[in-house]
Design a protein around this ligand. Structure first.
Ligand SMILES: Cc1cc2nc3c(=O)[nH]c(=O)nc-3n(C[C@H](O)[C@H](O)[C@H](O)COP(=O)(O)O)c2cc1C
Length: 196
């Protein structure tokens, strides 16, 4: 299957309650970050993205200085964080190993998108979760650490695998992914629950 090709399954995107937004990335999956500004758009892979606060829900993201994504992020002060699935692993690797500076990755990889509610950056279809964000001012951390603080403006999840604030990954079903290095990924594993 082409990396960007949509699955046959219809999109079932539900809005995530603000108090549950941090849980979309709390288990540490690799993300994709989409951005748009002044008629340009882009998407890249980003493994170094983590929750930073509950309310308002905030995330920290490392976005390297030479990426086109960073240019559009800084210019637009908005982005969408995505939690892609195992079916999108080739797409994640493709958008993480090429730059969108000279070509539109959405066209090149035939990435299907939907409009976001609060930002101009597009939602990449068929992900497990989407977090629309605005960039928060934290002077200096971008220059010193390539670090950006993002506040969620709203978030969405695939209701087949995220329900009432909980991931429910089933055997053989859709799962989020984790990056090790050099194109090697792991699928999110089985749930282990500690009884209180
Ligand atoms: C799985 C994976 C994870 C990545 N994680 C990050 C990351 O957390 N931060 C970062 O700056 N680059 C990361 N990269 C590299 C960018 O995705 C890469 O530099 C990309 O080509 C930038 O594209 P752009 O120039 O179109 O923005 C990652 C790449 C891969 C394949």
């Amino acid at each position: 299957m082409h990396p960007g090709k949509s699955a046959a399954r219809p999109l079932m995107r539900i809005e995530v309650e603000r108090r549950h937004i941090h849980r979309l990335l709390n288990h540490g999956p690799v993300t994709m970050i989409s951005v748009a500004h002044a008629g340009r758009r882009n998407v890249m892979a980003a493994a170094w993205v983590m929750p930073l606060d509950f309310e308002p829900p905030k995330f920290a993201a490392v976005v390297a200085g030479d990426t086109f994504t960073r240019e559009l992020l800084v210019a637009s002060r908005q982005c969408v964080l995505h939690a892609p699935t195992t079916a999108q692993v080739e797409l994640v690797y493709a958008v993480g190993t090429t730059t969108g500076r000279d070509e539109d990755k959405f066209e090149r990889h035939r990435i299907a998108t939907s409009p976001a509610r609060t930002v101009m950056a597009p939602l990449v279809d068929d992900c497990a979760a989407w977090i629309e964000c605005r960039l928060i001012d934290e002077p200096g951390i971008d220059q010193r650490h390539d670090l950006f603080v993002l506040e969620a403006t709203c978030a969405w999840a695939d209701d087949a695998i995220f329900e009432s604030g909980r991931w429910k990954f089933a055997p053989g079903g859709r799962r989020t992914i984790h990056h090790e290095a050099g194109g090697r990924f792991f699928a999110t594993g089985d749930m282990i629950e500690v009884r209180r």
